[in-house]
Design a protein around this ligand. Structure first.
Ligand SMILES: *Cc1c(COP(=O)(O)O)cnc(C)c1O
Length: 229
């Protein structure tokens, strides 16, 4: 099936209307993004700053770009002018830096806190306690040019559905608790980004309202880096 067909069938069959679909285009050429765009897709996710910036420059300006990969503080400046959402905030230091560059660009940048839920050593993210500590810190309350829209999490890469469900259930429960404790009056705390190609159906069952799909839309990624030949 073509990229356009994949998007259409996802929207028709498996991704409900209340769940936002982020098309993860990392490693894929700009033509693939354009094809998805022509099929009506406007939300795209990338995990590398340089690749994201190049695609932003070459593609239609009404695309809403989401950064979904680990972000180094010294690279925030490259995406601050245009990024729609940074889903991978994993420290107060990074949040501070995002705020600084958002202010320089006269804007407020939407962010998700990335929460560590997987049973793996390699994933970035804040622990539940660390996320609470961040939101309680005075430093956080002083940041006026960022807006925390919700949480993002990546489940363990496993075939064990029970484990994946439990991880997403925990994140949903934590999300509800955070909403009650810290964002009760803020309707903008509304986004729970969980689910990738392998597990998005389970994630939606557990209450996700944003899924990040790469290979389901664009096909398998080749391992090589997008710029090498
Ligand atoms: C690559 C990536 C995805 C998409 O992965 P697929 O398995 O291709 O759907 C989703 N979220 C994050 C954080 C990613 O890095």
């Amino acid at each position: 099936m073509s990229i356009a067909d994949n998007i259409k069938s996802l929207k028709k069959e498996t991704v409900p209307i209340n769940v936002k679909l982020i098309a993860v285009s990392k490693t894929k050429p700009a033509e693939d993004v354009q094809e998805a765009y022509d099929a009506g897709q406007r939300l795209f996710g990338e995990n590398m700053v340089q690749e994201l910036v190049e695609k932003y420059e070459h593609l239609p300006k009404d695309i809403q770009w989401h950064l979904i990969g680990h972000l180094q503080s010294n690279k925030v400046k490259y995406i601050a002018p245009f990024i729609s959402m940074i889903q991978s905030v994993d420290s107060i230091k990074l949040l501070h830096e995002i705020n600084k560059h958002a202010e320089k660009n006269n804007r407020v940048i939407d962010c998700l806190l990335q929460i560590y839920i997987a049973d793996e050593e390699t994933k970035f993210g804040l622990g539940f306690d660390e996320a609470i500590e961040l939101l309680r810190s005075e430093e956080y309350t002083e940041l006026k040019n960022i807006r925390i829209r919700g949480l993002m999490g990546i489940a363990t890469n496993t075939d064990n559905e029970k484990q994946i469900k439990e991880e997403y259930y925990e994140l949903k429960t934590f999300f509800d608790g955070m909403k009650q404790s810290f964002f009760r009056k803020e309707d903008s705390f509304d986004t729970l980004s969980m689910g990738m190609s392998a597990d998005y159906k389970l994630a939606i069952e557990q209450g996700s309202n944003m899924v990040r799909l790469g290979s389901t839309i664009f096909g398998q990624r080749v391992i090589k880096h997008w710029k090498s030949n």
